[in-house]
Design a protein. Structure first.
Ligand code: SF4
Length: 325
């Protein structure tokens, strides 16, 4: 798809059904009808960064912070495996309180006790740490670039650069991770041209997994007064990403389920083939408040959505479709 065509669909929401149907056909052709469930544990809401849109930002004093112990994370992962789920996603803010050894320990022990794939989503670390996590057994790494607009990236992420973000994605690939990235749709000041460039950048990176979420405001951030991302625009982008990247794993994200009560179902019908049920323990999950009114996707909710969409739950790990795993 050329840039002009992508922009045309972004600018013309009444044409959504055309891209949705094409995306659904391509999803069927490249990924089939199965949906992969990835169990997520949000194990720490501490973060040393200060991203403008995120409730976990360092300067937010209106949040009760928590950290799960290494043992708690391992035990929770074992529970996820006992339900037959084949991937655990370990997510946190950029929390350097967990040393490289701590993360390796968690990965190692989960690998010893289960046959699950492990996805890490713990932000920016030293290159040597990415290598250590991989050697410990981590299979995949998620690191969204959020926007391809270099100037806007700096505004959104004080002290961070898009250049380093993209460099890390390259390093992760070199260390043989299955790599996930993605971006936010509907950020204040974001243009359709920015979204189009994001989609084109994805084609260049050729990630194994792509996470796309609408902007959802959070009351304790500088962006608290901006409207949430639009569902049709979000699904249009999702469909366009499916069309342009073909055999990528694309989740129906929690943020999509947050802005629209049928969002997960609609996302599955617009190109998505993954759902990530939330296994963060009840006592912590309400404080993983990256944005307001975040829904918690339970395993039952995920199963219902898959069934209602006329699809079935995959019994495989759902490794990358790109590199012959
Ligand atoms: S978006 Fe990520 S890095 Fe930024 S403040 Fe939130 S948790 Fe931290």
């Amino acid at each position: 798809m050329e840039k002009g065509e992508i922009l045309f669909y972004l600018n013309n929401p009444e044409k959504f059904e055309i891209v949705r149907q094409l995306a659904d056909k391509i999803r069927m052709e490249y990924c089939g009808d199965s949906v992969h469930l990835r169990g997520i544990i949000e194990f720490s809401n501490y973060c040393h960064n200060n991203c403008c849109y995120c409730g976990l930002k360092r300067d937010n004093k209106n949040i009760i912070r928590y950290r799960m112990s290494v043992e708690e994370v391992i035990n929770r992962a074992v529970e996820i495996a006992s339900l037959g789920i084949k991937t655990v996603v370990l997510q946190s803010g950029d929390d350097l309180n967990y040393s490289c050894c701590d993360i390796c320990d968690i990965v190692n022990k989960i690998k010893e006790k289960t046959d699950m794939a492990i996805t890490l989503s713990i932000g920016e670390r030293e290159n040597s740490e990415y290598k250590a996590f991989k050697d410990a057994g981590a299979d995949r790494y998620l690191l969204r670039f959020e926007t391809s607009n270099e100037h806007y990236y700096k505004v959104l992420h004080p002290g961070q650069t898009l250049k380093r973000r993209l460099e890390i994605l390259d390093i992760l690939r070199k260390f043989d991770y299955q790599v996930g990235t993605g971006f936010i749709i509907g950020l204040p000041e974001e243009t359709d041209n920015d979204l189009c460039n994001n989609i084109i950048l994805l084609e260049d990176i050729s990630p194994d997994m792509i996470g796309l979420g609408p902007f959802v405001s959070q009351s304790d951030t500088p962006y608290n007064n901006y409207p949430n991302g639009d569902i049709t625009k979000t699904l249009t982008v999702l469909a366009l990403v499916r069309i342009t990247t073909k055999n990528t794993h694309i989740p129906a994200t929690t943020a999509i389920g947050t802005i629209d009560k049928d969002g997960l179902f609609k996302a599955l019908n617009s190109g998505a083939n993954v759902i990530m049920p939330d296994f963060t323990p009840m006592i912590y999950k309400e404080n993983y408040n990256i944005y307001d009114n975040k829904v918690s996707i339970s395993i039952d909710m995920a199963k219902d959505v898959v069934k209602n969409a006329g699809r079935y739950i995959s019994s495989s790990r759902g490794d990358t479709l790109k590199r012959g795993y």
